[in-house]
Design a protein around this ligand. Sequence first.
Ligand code: GRF
Length: 208
Amino acid sequence: MKNIVVLVSGGGTNLQALIDAEKSGIIKNGKITCVISSNPNAYALQRASDNNIDTQVIRRKDYDEFVAYDKALTELLKSKKADLVVLAGFMTILGHEVISAFENKIINIHPALIPSFCGEGFYGLHVHEAALKKGVKLSGATAHFVNEVCDGGPIIIQKAVEVKTDDTPETLQKRIMEQAEWKILPEAVSLFCQDKINVINNIAVISD
Ligand code: GRF
């Protein structure tokens, strides 16, 4: 059974999808053992404690230097014996130490079809504003491993979602969460926990 540690900063609907998926057996061979928030007021922390999951808070602003923060987060994850780290709306940039300590063991969910609408500055509603501005007819979500390139790690699962003519960034965000993010993030986590993802030359290869 793999230990899953989830990093959050906000509402935690993706965390909730993971908790529900663990309960219903969609996540095989994995257990969420800790939720770490960058924000002490995140509602995601409440969702974790409602489900008897250990919670921790680590704030970037409590460290003068980024390297000290990076080291502290790495140590915290190691102390929690994380086999898999999931970024579920975590708003703080990860550093070299944590990324190299957990190579191909950190999964992020991005609310667009990478390589569209991703990279620096593409977070939250900005992603959906850009998709609507471009007039794409499909957007969606991507579950991917995290490497040192922002939104550039190996792609695990993608799911397309229709864009409607009367969409606002908010309505598109909601449809992408409901139809894509909350489904593919637990699926990607389950594949990882069953050792079904192999990364070869920066490509994630999924086995049955
Ligand atoms: C989601 O849109 C996710 O794609 C992005 O951050 C948002 C988190 O929302 N990375 P929530 O906290 O899971 O509700």
